[in-house]
Ligand binder design. Structure first.
Ligand code: ZN
Length: 363
């Protein structure tokens, strides 16, 4: 079942969100202010295309500093640039495959950036691509032109653009399986292959997200509006801080619980990870009773809330979809492997459990 909430625009949540977004913009960077016309979370979706070598042939210029999983950079030279708003779904394509997806949490807007633009010397348009094997290296993408030209012959000049950076780090979900970009073409609104940002057909996006994520995605459940408010407040710096604190947190959890997976007992330390019991975006702190040690694969399922701990019985519960896998099916009902002197916060376990139970209902 797919529910894409459209009611946030009329709720108190939207007012709060609006206030959050207008709050205290840094001196030269302003926050995206298009919220009054903002559609509901996930009502609109885009594919953002990035290249692992940093070079985008569509944009007639180079050097966008994308960080896949964190944010996407673009400017007013990119078609659709002004239409992207917080709440939109961003599916990231890196090279030939889809890397994952997130919901745009906020957009940095930096006006008056000077940028070198290259144009075709024949027709003066900016759309051209680089050829790796043929010379001249550049070929104009204007169908009525098609001129091929050397770098030295390109027309170069400086233009002033507004630069944007769309942040989606706190809601990022990594692709669970490889999906080639051709499948993405099937859910685009138009068959245009010119632009780095392309609108997607909102009716076809839910099924695509399910396949990409390896489970049913229900945005109303996965990212409820109050959760989205926390994501909007949480900066990308929060993600960086979380990563920085991760080693210390893991060491602390290993000291507290020993080199033992809470579900499967003793394991080699290389496969043991520290799992947070709560969303770090919502509560950016490391709490010593706010984590558990578990094997890597259990951690991934625990974070996806397909695996949870019943806070009353301290036994394992799993999403129905996991029952098909013998390794995980065998976990149902088993008690946690904990020492009585080191028990995690029951309140936090309960929070994780209530969210997981909602996810279980459609997975
Ligand atoms: Zn041309």
């Amino acid at each position: 079942m797919h529910v894409f909430p459209s009611d946030i625009g009329h709720s108190n949540g939207a007012q709060l969100l609006r206030r959050l977004l207008y709050l205290d913009p840094p001196s030269h960077i302003s926050r995206q202010r298009k919220l009054p016309e903002m559609p509901g979370i996930g009502e609109r979706a885009w594919v953002f295309i990035t290249k692992s070598d940093g070079e985008r042939s569509w944009a007639a210029n180079q050097g966008y500093d994308d960080a896949v999983g964190l944010y996407y950079s673009y400017d007013t030279n990119v078609a659709q640039s002004r239409k992207i708003v917080p709440g939109d779904i961003a599916i990231i394509r890196e090279d030939d495959y889809v890397a994952g997806w997130g919901v745009v949490e906020h957009i940095d807007v930096v006006p008056n950036q000077v940028k070198e633009i290259t144009r075709c010397p024949m027709c003066m348009q900016t759309r051209h691509h680089r050829r790796t094997t043929k010379v001249p290296a550049n070929k104009c993408d204007n169908r009525s032109c098609g001129h091929a030209f050397d770098d030295a012959d390109a027309v170069r000049h400086l233009e002033t653009v507004t630069a944007f950076r769309a942040h989606y780090a706190n809601s990022w979900i990594e692709a669970a399986r490889p999906i080639h970009f051709r499948e993405l073409n099937a859910i685009q609104v138009t068959s245009s292959t010119f632009n780095a940002i392309r609108p997607l057909d909102a009716r076809k996006v839910p099924a695509f997200l399910d396949r990409l994520s390896g489970r049913d995605v229900d945005l109303a459940v996965d990212i409820p509006s109050e959760e989205f408010l926390a994501l909007v407040g949480g900066h990308t710096e929060g993600v960086v801080r979380r990563r920085r604190g991760q080693r210390a947190f893991r060491f602390e959890m290993l000291r507290r619980y020993g080199e033992r997976c809470v579900f499967s007992g003793e394991q080699p330390p290389q496969v043991l990870e520290a799992a947070h019991l709560y969303s770090f975006a919502r509560r950016p702190e490391h709490r010593s009773d706010g984590g558990l040690v578990m094997r890597r694969d259990y951690h991934a399922l625990f974070d996806a809330k397909l695996l949870a701990i019943n806070p009353k019985s301290l036994t394992v519960e799993i999403a129905p979809m996991l029952r098909a896998f013998p390794t995980y099916g065998a976990l149902v009902g088993i008690p946690l492997q904990l020492q009585p002197e080191a028990i995690p916060s029951i309140e936090l376990l309960d929070e994780h459990y209530s969210e997981a139970v909602r996810i279980f209902s459609h997975n």
